[in-house]
Design a binder for this molecule. Structure first.
Ligand SMILES: [Zn+2]
Length: 216
């Protein structure tokens, strides 16, 4: 209950100091939203994209799930939370960027790599199985379960989700027309570093390196 009281006090503080402040972004945002970017991040409590990227309300349209996965395009009668958010972002909000934001020490990826018996849970293993081919490829390269293998899987999982994005025809069309860019980012919790996938080098490279160099 102590935590709940903390959240209520947090909201009071937000309302007084932010919502009702002079030039509050909510003067506009109470009517509509117009985010430029969709972020697909992990549900992990340490990787809130608004905090990490220091976004103001209204800037990013966010979906979070276990291991920041985009499922493949499967138009059937099942319930597709991520795909419906993606559809809304692309068709109706017309975002210009989609970012897959992965991270280090991901419990979802660790569980996938450990290949835990699926009858221990009802939904998690099935969800993570979207990345089972990624896990198999990583184990072909790293024969034992290690931090390095998990890191490789976390990064390869981002690339797999980027590819899955393109399996949605209306995403592929917007990318082809130059109206939409797809980015793969990786938050390294250990070093406080943000990496981005570079299409040319095929590596995740630090985005903040030049800044850090300047700071010495
Ligand atoms: Zn995670």
């Amino acid at each position: 209950m102590k935590e709940i009281r903390k959240f209520i006090n947090g909201f009071k503080n937000f309302r007084d100091e932010y919502y009702f402040r002079e030039n509050s972004p909510f003067l506009e945002l109470q009517k509509h939203q117009n985010p430029s970017t969709m972020v697909i991040a992990c549900s992990d409590s340490r990787t809130d994209p608004s905090l990490i990227l220091q976004c103001e309300p209204g800037e990013i349209f966010v979906v979070r799930n276990i291991a920041n996965i985009v499922p493949p395009y499967e138009p059937d009668s099942k319930h597709h939370g991520v795909s419906s958010a993606l559809e809304y972002a692309v068709k109706f909000l017309k975002v210009q960027n989609i970012m897959i934001l992965g991270h280090s020490s991901c419990g979802g990826i660790k569980s996938l790599m450990e290949n835990k018996i699926s009858d221990e849970d009802e939904f998690i293993s099935m969800w993570l199985s979207i990345l089972s081919s990624v896990r198999d490829k990583v184990f072909a390269q790293y024969p034992t379960l290690s931090v390095e293998a998990c890191t490789a899987c976390e990064m390869a999982g981002i690339l797999h989700s980027m590819n899955n994005l393109l399996s949605f025809p209306w995403v592929a069309e917007q990318v082809k027309n130059g109206n939409l860019e797809i980015h793969g980012w990786y938050f390294d919790l250990k070093d406080g570093q943000l990496l981005s996938y570079n299409d040319e080098s095929h590596l995740f490279e630090p985005l903040t390196l030049s800044y850090l160099n300047v700071k010495g």
